[in-house]
Design a protein around this ligand. Structure first.
Ligand code: CA
Length: 245
């Protein structure tokens, strides 16, 4: 990790004069939960049953898009079919059922430490996810009590999912923070792109098969090989870019 280089690169890209983090905007799948394996399985099953050719691993690349966006894109590309919104919502419900049949995914090792460290440093924490899966969203309150702000951004709050910056721009505005006060925590290239495009200091963490270089290419300011590594470095990172009381 070269924090100084990352800061210099961030300030050059955004044109901001300073970086002082007050707020963390935090993704869910692949950041809080080790859920991507099950998502890719559920997607693959849904596509195959509907006669759409797909591979399981390609769904890692769509991580961050809303479910209905992914469905519309694949049906258009592979079957020349334009799904209506109602059709996409109905198919997404089936995908959600397949996902639940696979059981509850585990909490990512180290992420509770990350949230705790942010809290201790006075950094506000907000969930920003492309997911619309109600039961998983409810689980966040259960698994991370008092670690997240009441307000959150989900698929229901945005018209454009990641890589569009809209989810992060909306999160930022709900938290009353400016881009150079926000740290985005992401595990997937489209999510990193969204955070970067929103002008936030964007941290990529590999928690699945996506390589670190893909997160850097997507615009991550800093990349860590695991959530535990990030937790270890986070106090030092915040001592430099955290807001000073
Ligand atoms: Ca994710």
């Amino acid at each position: 990790m070269n924090l100084q280089e990352a800061i210099t690169g961030y300030l050059r890209f955004t044109g901001h004069k300073s970086l002082e983090i007050t707020t963390a905007l935090i993704d869910m799948d692949g950041v809080l939960y080790d859920s991507m394996k099950n998502h890719t399985r559920a997607w693959y099953k849904l596509m195959t049953k509907n006669g759409i050719k797909a591979t399981r691993d390609e769904f890692y690349a769509y991580e961050g898009m809303t479910g209905t966006e992914t469905l519309k894109m694949l049906f258009r590309q592979r079957a020349g079919k334009i799904l209506t919104n109602d059709e996409a919502v109905a198919l997404y419900k089936v995908k959600t059922r397949y996902f639940h049949e696979l059981g509850e995914p585990n909490v990512i090792e180290g992420v509770r430490d990350v949230l705790q460290i942010l809290k201790e440093h006075g950094v506000a924490r907000m969930l920003v996810t492309g997911s619309g899966q109600q039961s998983v969203l409810e689980r966040v309150d259960r698994d991370f009590p008092e670690l997240f702000a009441q307000e959150r951004i989900t698929a229901a709050d945005v018209s454009h999912g990641k890589p569009n910056p809209e989810p992060y721009l909306k999160g930022m505005s709900k938290m009353g923070a400016k881009p150079n006060q926000c740290m985005v925590i992401e595990n997937a290239p489209l999510g990193v792109q969204a955070g970067h495009a929103a002008g936030c200091f964007t941290i990529g963490i590999t928690t699945g098969p996506i390589p670190q270089k893909d997160l850097l290419k997507a615009g991550a300011d800093l990349v860590f090989p695991s959530m535990e590594d990030f937790a270890k470095e986070l106090p030092d990172v915040l001592s430099v870019i955290g807001f000073k009381k």
